[in-house]
Structure formats: C-alpha cells, structure tokens
Design a protein around this ligand. Sequence first.
Ligand code: SAM
Length: 278
Amino acid sequence: MIKFFEKDPYSPIQYVYEIDKILYKTRSQYQEIMVVENPYFGRMLILDGVVQFTEKDEFFYHEMLVHVLMHAHPEPKTIVVIGGGDGGAVREVLKHDTVEKLYFVEIDKEVIETSKRFFPTVSCEIDNEKVEIHNVDGAEFIKNHKGEFDIVIVDSTDIIGFAKSLFTVEFFKAVKEGLKEDGMFVTLSESLHFHKEMVVDVQKTMGLVFPIVDLYTAPIATYAGNWWTFSAASMKLPLRKIRRPIIAKTRYYSEEIHIQCFLPEKLYDKLLNNRLDW
Ligand code: SAM
C-alpha cells in the first residue's frame, strides 16, 4: 500500500491517503494530473498534489456549487462554468430542463480528457449538445461577453497560480457585465475553519462590485478545513429564496439544505466585521 501526502499550500494540517494504485500520472502545460485509487473514496483526481474530488463524495461539492443558484434564479437558461474540467458541475447544471446553452471554460483540456477516461460518472454530460467547450482562461473568456448569462459558476483550483485571475476585482467586474439584469454568480471561497481571512477577502471584493453578496457552506470531507464556503452574488434577487420547483435528481441538495446552508445572519455579520472569536 502506497501513501499519498497531500501538498495543500494553505492547510495547517496534512492529509494522508492510502493508495491501492496510481492509475495515471502526467504533466500538462498547466499542472500535474494524477488519478489514484483509494480503498474508501474510490478514484480520486489530484492536481498539483491537491485532491480535487473523489468518486465517493464528489456529489456534495458539485450539487452545492450548482443547485443553490439554479433554484434561486427564476429561469436559468444560459450558464457559464469556468474551470470544473472534470465535468461534475456541467452534469449538475444539465439536470435543469430550463438550460439552453452551457459555456464550459476549462483552461486545461487534459483535465477534461483525463476525466472522460477515468471518471465516466462525473464527465458523462460533457459531450451534451448544449455544451460549448472553450479551452482558455476564464478571465479572458468573460471579457468578451456582455449581458448574456443567467448564471456564472466558477469551479477552479485553489486561489493560487493561474486560478488567481478568477478572484480579482477586474474579473468580478467582467462577470457583472457578462450577466443579464437578474443574473447570479457563485465561486468557491475555501474553508471557514482554516481560511477565514480569504473568505472575508473574497466576500469584500465581491461586495465592491455586486449589489447582493452572500455566503453558504457545505461539508466536504476531502477539502482542507471541511467547512467549505461558496461566495455568491446577485444583480437583483436575494439568493436565500427558492424560486423554482426543486429538481428530484439530487442526493444532498434539497429545499431544506437550501434554507439551512446560508450563514446565519448574525454570524455572517460578525465574520465580515472581524468579530469572530476564532
Ligand atoms: N472541485 C475542485 C475543487 O474545488 O478543488 C475543482 C475541480 S476542477 C478540476 C478545477 C479546474 O479549474 C482545473 O481543471 C483547472 O485547470 C481549472 N482552472 C483553474 N484556473 C482556471 C482559469 N483561470 N480559467 C479556466 N479554468 C481554470
């Protein structure tokens, strides 16, 4: 049995996984890509030494990244997924019949190829006819679109390296311009246990650009700090409200989870005003 020591640049603890087998390892133009088999989690995708998802629990992250906004929006038709090369977010978006067009903007096409080869249950909708793939930096893609999108979803690697372009005020402004008048936006924003300052930073930067900003969380076993946050923004409509019938095809997301996942308002206020005592 081999051991894999995760190299998460921000985590104060190190995760160690038992590995039955390394199924694939390569270096793309952008990052090291590895697929391994773990006795508990099944297959795992690892980029630059950081676990991206596992077969066993990927639905927690992908459902929560996608379905909160897809249910807060009254009629989501044109969607952008930036990053998310594995196809998990694409699969979840396409569970909604309202969707007419999905731009899938993943900088590294080798991640897409790897997922198609090793993760068929995650990559299964990538070739759907509604999907248009662009292998470019999401920050460049978004600049060329104005007033077109109902929802923009960022599913990137951690906030370092080439993913950093997706967390700047310039990028958030470009997203705002890309959205329709009732458009919405969501991005991962790390853990409330380990990366509180980063969460606040993303929230405040979004607050400079969007009229409505909010924060919700989900429990993710394999992301450092586990109490994972999603920073969301809206041009007009508050995000805590459900505006469409809940789709049936989810394992974790539900009406109850939508209501419960947002940070309670007093806790949210304390977080943003640096009054959290941890
Ligand atoms: N669910 C995962 C997580 O949060 O750890 C993310 C998975 S997904 C595989 C992350 C993808 O984002 C990677 O394939 C990476 O190539 C892509 N990515 C990072 N920065 C990007 C950028 N600026 N534009 C487009 N894609 C980007």
